[in-house]
Design a binder for this molecule. Structure first.
Ligand code: ZN
Length: 268
């Protein structure tokens, strides 16, 4: 499933290629994919690309195209006919097309003047300079929820999805069901470092390839080779060799080493 690192690889890959391209038109092919007015993009130029959480933002002269790939979406740049399962397409004056190709059709496109209409409620970006250890400690102090659902909460921190959350909690040696406000200062510091480390590393390796995701140019993400525990139920933990277990937390499949990520009852 496309998460922050996959979307970030689109941001860098497409921006090096598409800056300056001028739009001719755009349309929805699957009506549920967007209810924006596509006429406004006509003759606007792409000035830059951005990302907020898992949203890709394409900045135009006066508007922004915002894309969320959801479960199975990908973006293809083609010269002739749109690929099968295309739900939204944009035509450029250079005869190229940008297509949202989405087998399960949950991906969305918005065209807005103010990006905050769509991404205004997102939490802090984990790699931003202002996401400091002190800031994180404050953010956690009044949270009574459990760690895994909290990390997945896009209004808390933007962009952490299921596999990143499992890898982060494993690295920080924290149980997914620990309550956020029970962490010691050292645990908070370790969690903060693990968030930044795992996200940086996953961006560096271009994300993973679960389901249908392919990066720009069809390049495959390499981060799946670096995963320590996600989808490795029964395999030996890279840390202590005990088998990795799988539990369900907030309806999400969750992988952990119950030895490294001990569940501490007395503080829960
Ligand atoms: Zn272990």
């Amino acid at each position: 499933m496309p998460e922050l690192p996959e979307v970030d690889s689109y941001r860098t890959g497409l921006s090096s290629k598409m800056k300056g391209w001028k739009l001719k038109a755009g349309r929805t092919i699957w009506h549920n994919a967007s209810d924006s007015d596509f006429n406004v993009v006509k003759n606007q130029e792409i000035t830059d690309f951005d990302r907020r959480g898992k949203f890709l933002i394409i900045n135009l002269d006066t508007h922004h195209i915002i894309i969320h790939l959801r479960m199975t979406g990908r973006i293809d740049i083609v010269e002739d006919r749109a690929p099968k399962h295309t739900t939204v397409e944009f035509d450029f004056h250079n005869q190229k097309k940008m297509c949202l190709v989405d087998f399960r059709k949950f991906g969305k496109v918005w065209i807005v003047e103010d990006i905050n209409e769509i991404v205004g409620n997102l939490g802090i970006e984990p790699l931003e300079r202002k996401f400091t250890g002190e800031k994180f400690k404050m953010m956690l102090s009044h949270r009574r929820g459990r760690l895994k659902p909290l990390l997945l909460n896009q209004r808390f921190i933007a962009g952490i999805g299921n596999y990143l959350a499992d890898e982060i909690l494993f690295r920080a040696s924290l149980h997914p069901l620990r309550k956020a406000n029970t962490l010691s200062d050292t645990e908070i510091r370790n969690l903060h470092r693990a968030i930044r480390h795992i996200i940086r590393k996953s961006i560096y390796f271009g994300g993973t390839t679960f389901l249908t995701f392919r990066g720009p140019e069809g390049k495959r993400g390499e981060f799946w080779k670096k995963l320590q525990i996600f989808r490795k139920t029964g395999e030996p933990c890279p840390h202590c060799k005990r088998p990795i277990t799988r539990i369900i937390v907030a309806q999400r499949s969750t992988h952990l080493c119950e030895n490294k990520q001990e569940y501490i009852k007395n503080v829960d």
